[in-house]
Design a protein. Sequence first.
Length: 636
Amino acid sequence: MQFNEIIDLKSDKLPFKFNYGGECSRNFLDKWEKKITADSVTYFEDEKNGGLVITADIKLYDSCPAFDLKITLENTGNTNTKLIEGFSTLDFCVDSPLNDGSYVVHKAMGGLTALNDFVQSDVIINDGEEFAIETAAGRSSNKDLPFFRIDTGKSNIIIAVGWTGQWKCAIKNDDKILKVSSGIEDLSFVIYPGEKFSLGSMVCLIWEGDSYESNNAFRQLLLEEYISEIKDRDKNPYIFCNTCFTRGGGWLNECDEKNQISLINALKPLDCESVITDAGWFTGGWPYGAGNWNADPEKYPDGLKPVSDASKAQDMKYGLWFELERAVTGTELAEKHQDWLLRGGIFDSGNFVENEHLLLNLGIPAAVDYIYAIVEDKFKTDGIECYRQDFNLDPLWYWRNNDENDRKGVTEIKYINGLYGYLDRIRENYPDVFMDGCSSGGRRIDIEMLKRFHTHQKTDLWFNPTVDQNSLFSLSHYIPNVSFTAHINRYDDYAFNSVMAAALCLGWIADDGNEEYNGNGKFEFGRAKELIERYNAVRPYLNRSFYPLTPPNENDDAAIAFEFYDKTSDSGVIFIFAREKCEMSEIKLELKGIENNGADYILTDLASGVKVKAEAKGGFTVSIDSLPFSKVVKFE
């Protein structure tokens, strides 16, 4: 299909739809007064009938056939609007099926802290069938990843859902016409006079040609237009340390000024850029202290400044974990501002039943100002330069249990708008702060959060090579690899190779050998330094074009491989894995994306340094000599 079949500003063709007072917008919206600019269309309801104003902000890209569509609603009248229902921020039809009359949707699981985190699958939608890609419980990648591709008979359509709450995309093959409708789930509300809010965004790329190249065009679009950049630093993946992972991910309430400084001093030779202290630094500790956002005086008698000063002395940034959206009963936030808190939901990080876990309503501007002031004080007073945001609540029922009868979805909408405004305020005022995102692992990865965080934790199943291989294989189809994190605490090639295609969170106990810090084995500095040097050789390729060299396979008898290719230098890296129960003795691979008219390449094993020649088009064979097996190979 052609790009302008979905969106065309010249003919005022925009792909969104909703019901207003029981009537479909397609029946009346073109009759409203409108204002059209180079990057927006605004529709004005007749003031005698209401005062609803709908603004569609549209960004068209010169680099590829893609658009970004964002919808904002405002009531400029003196009375409530009519009832708005079923708002689809993206709604269009495709009439070019594959030869058998079907369409194929390439999707991935979300980050559910499961062995199949982000594992891919293909869904064939035959004539008369329908399918939904969606999230669950109010976190954007809590069921499915909000990035997916639809293959038609003429084009590949990539869609990214820009909503960090409850979304759903319905896909139906109706008499060989594909109908796609995506937006916030189950909306039914009126807008009060003076109210204004956004319904999020949709990014859509329509590509005629090779499906791999459609994904690579999308990856490059995200890298250039969406991925956050730290002031005075490039966008290559990061090396940092969240100190809780140096003790298996559970070193939280035990952290204090002395042991954090010790670890900071030991990390610098490993090219570590930033150090973050996770949950437990605050009064009351994890989890019941969430809501007391002041340093525990017993652990940090002089506050956090001595730790941040020690980090600066090593030319590293220092930062803290926050979960400012949650407050536990009995904490300062819960006691002082009960009117800001939502009740009636679920806490998703363990069986903590003694205290109630409440959701701070970010739809209240004063609540947003409150948490912003807390973080800004840490930046200004304590010298913090890293901000890690976690979120361990499923917020949907907090939102829905607090909606009024004719305002279904409004609590969520205002909340997410407040969240974006809060994060944008940090990014605008502190552009050199490193922003690390987490939500019980990888449950909040979407294009709006990619704009605001430099990297995201992809799972809470840390140090699992199979999970790392599968999730990196899948996420790399859509997202530049700077944007997600993998953790390492082992020294063997198999484990390290499994995490290299991501930003790297160091879990080595770099100050081990001092019994005071309860190390569980002497730190192997030489080996760690060797592995970091190998990672540094790979880093420049990880945001470049990505090609799967094998099908995805989550099983423990699988062999998988994938490639990153830099067209400018005509070189790249290949990751090859064979798991514990693989029965293959060799794997044959062929380079993809290359454009050198058949010249041979030199392959260098980054672990051994051994070089071999490979035919550009004929492929090459890798022998699997022991299990589990891995290689990372550079080609040039």
